[in-house]
Design a protein around this ligand. Sequence first.
Ligand code: KG4
Ligand code: ZN
Length: 352
Amino acid sequence: MLGIETSCDECAAAVVEDGEKILSNVVASQIPFHAAYSGVVPEIASRKHTEWVYAVVQEALEKACLSACDIDAVAATNRPGLVGSLIVGLSFAKAFAWARRLPFIAVDHMLAHLYAPRLAATGGGGLPCEYPFLGLLVSGGHTIILRADGFDDVTVLGTTIDDAAGEAFDKVAKHYGFGYPGGKVIDELSRAGDSGAFNFPMPRLHKGGGRGAADVHRYDVSYSGLKTAVINQLESFRVKKGEILPEDIAASFQKTAVDILLRALFNAADDTGLKTVAAGGGVAANSYLRAALAQREGLLAVFPPFDLCTDNGAMVAGIAYHYLARGDRSPAAATASSRVDGFKKKPLPRRV
Ligand code: KG4
Ligand code: ZN
């Protein structure tokens, strides 16, 4: 299976055998082109994908020691993401499949992230992850806590009510000039910082406890309050140069940002009784998140290797194998979409 991923700023292609064995995984990052803007510029992203996608696919085939005629099926991400970027990989995959008369599978990016722990570093098999389990999907655009009963059978338990987790890292890093993308630099800075130096606030989303209206946000997260509190330190940070260390700001922010996630996740684990958590998305690379989850007694945390946390084609090819095996095919008319309805939390029934 050839998998193509162009939903944001990574131009990626991979070849995966039987949904597990990675034969090649090529990721061409556009970070240097967006760094000057401290964020992804959609127009630049789609242009770079157009320039690069052919060579990236070519390299994925070469690294797998295969040619186009050895590929059995083609998959591409078609939702959610930047539409102009998605269209590039999607159209390329459809054209490849059409030219070689191969089955084509359009894949949801978030379900692909959820699948990533089942893959392992090039050449290996994935970690065991029996359904049902809890999913923690944390990327630049999404924060989702869900119950997974199958590779495409998920129930969303909680989401963010404002910013995504990765977005909070990126915005804080942008304001402080720490670098881009923010998650990785904050993670690295934090290693030399004191996470207790600042007491940033946890959002109060479920005051009162008990069942009913006050519990509506039990599995949800919010980042706007934390983001504002951290940015409010910026003036003192500038004035008291040398006294307030960037490492301490980074570590204190990171701890609170991850603790917000963990609070909602542990609520979900307690209430559902599920004992395994599979994490995916760029923020799943975070070292404090990985360490804190590993320490939680009674919960098995399954993380993808670092290179499979962020966007890649292997997770796309991996999940697509299961659609193919089930007999699913996507129509040639499959379109790109910025959103995906299936990941909206269903409103709780009104209590009377
Ligand atoms: O999954 P991903 O590659 O792209 C999207 O689908 O959005 O996630 C990118 C996000 C960015 O916000 C980035 O800052 C964050 O993941 N990220 C991290 C780390 N590495 C990447 N956040 C926290 N800690 C990290 N080590
Ligand atoms: Zn992603």
